[in-house]
Design a protein around this ligand. Structure first.
Ligand code: MLT
Length: 322
């Protein structure tokens, strides 16, 4: 009898960790967006986060922690307890460009975090205030080269996607020192572009497509191989006369290194379900996002993308910022 009781106790003890594991998540999950509200990262985070809440049975709460080109928020997320309750939506800038632009960066996107998956591809557009004189990309290029001191470029801080992609553009045009104005995200930068306070920027399609359609700003070109179905009238940089300027941006979810596999598996599944949801998909596609492939939605697929782009950007950014 005593033996039997001990056996039951031992069996229960073994069962406890398994039971505890299956409880995740027991409380709301914070999804840090490292830029101001209203920008592309925030838009994608809120869209997928809302749907992930349904799958996870707990609210995914978006918290905007802006600053230093997105590195402040990502640092906060990646130094949080690795328990599955703090995750972050970052992007090409925070994960693949920032390591090349911040020597003292306090996180390591390649070896020091746990990727969850890609949430959306976000083609880059060169956009300008609606009454900027140049009417097309060729005129814009000529104008920039002739008047490098007359234009203001808006971006979301060193290492952000807008900064990175316009840094590459300015490097290619031979005007690396053109005036620029830093914002806490391209959401607020876009407001100033619409009101004409700044002249142009390079931004991700999801935050600018509706303004382009409404005619409150204009787009010179999309820096992708193909036109976007969301903006079929906007030429590619190749069609518009600047074929060498091509870059693809993206946004994806990550967690601190050491987050339990069980939590990561549930987050991967919730992201996958969000991207299969017809309403989420339609909204992302309407805004111009590219829905990630099944492989890119996995931690390994996303990790490979981060590394590929970090390797690609490091020498280019070093040359462009010299
Ligand atoms: C944002 O959400 O504001 C952008 O992703 C900022 C950027 O990287 O350009």
């Amino acid at each position: 009898m005593k033996k039997l009781a001990l056996g039951v106790v031992a069996a229960l003890a073994l069962a406890i960790p398994a039971q505890a594991q299956t409880k995740y998540p027991e409380r709301p999950i914070t999804m840090i967006v490292p830029f101001a509200a209203g920008g592309p990262t925030d838009i994608i985070a809120r869209l997928v986060g809302e749907n992930m809440s349904k799958t996870l049975g707990q609210q995914v709460v978006v918290e905007n922690v802006a600053g230093a080109g997105g590195t402040t928020g990502i640092t906060r997320a990646l130094t949080s307890a690795p328990d599955g309750y703090t995750i972050a939506m970052g992007h090409l800038g925070t994960f693949s460009a920032a390591p090349a632009t911040y020597p003292g960066l306090k996180y390591d996107p390649i070896n020091g975090m746990q990727p969850i998956g890609l949430a959306g591809g976000t083609p880059i557009l060169i956009v300008a205030k609606k009454d900027l004189a140049p009417k097309n990309l060729k005129e814009f290029v000529a104008f920039v080269k002739a008047n490098p001191d007359k234009l203001n470029e808006a971006h979301a801080g060193v290492g952000s996607v807008s900064w990175t992609t316009c840094t590459l553009l300015k490097g290619q045009l031979g005007v690396p020192k053109l005036n620029s104005v830093a914002y806490r995200g391209t959401g607020p930068a876009l407001n100033d572009l619409v009101s004409g306070q700044v002249d142009f920027m390079c931004d991700q399609i999801v935050s600018v497509s509706e303004q382009i359609k409404a005619g409150t700003i204009k787009a010179y070109a999309i820096a992708s191989a193909e036109r976007s179905p969301a903006l079929p009238d906007i030429p590619t940089t190749k069609e518009a006369g600047l074929p060498e300027y091509q870059i693809e941006a993206w946004n994806g979810l990550t967690a601190p290194k050491g987050t339990p596999k069980e939590a990561i598996d549930k987050l991967v599944d919730a992201l996958d379900k969000a991207l299969k949801d017809e309403t989420v998909k339609k909204r992302l596609l309407d805004l111009g996002a590219v829905i990630p492939s099944a492989e890119e939605r996995t931690p390994a697929g996303f990790a490979a993308l981060i590394k590929r782009d970090a390797d690609k950007l490091a020498p280019v950014l070093a040359a462009a910022t010299k």
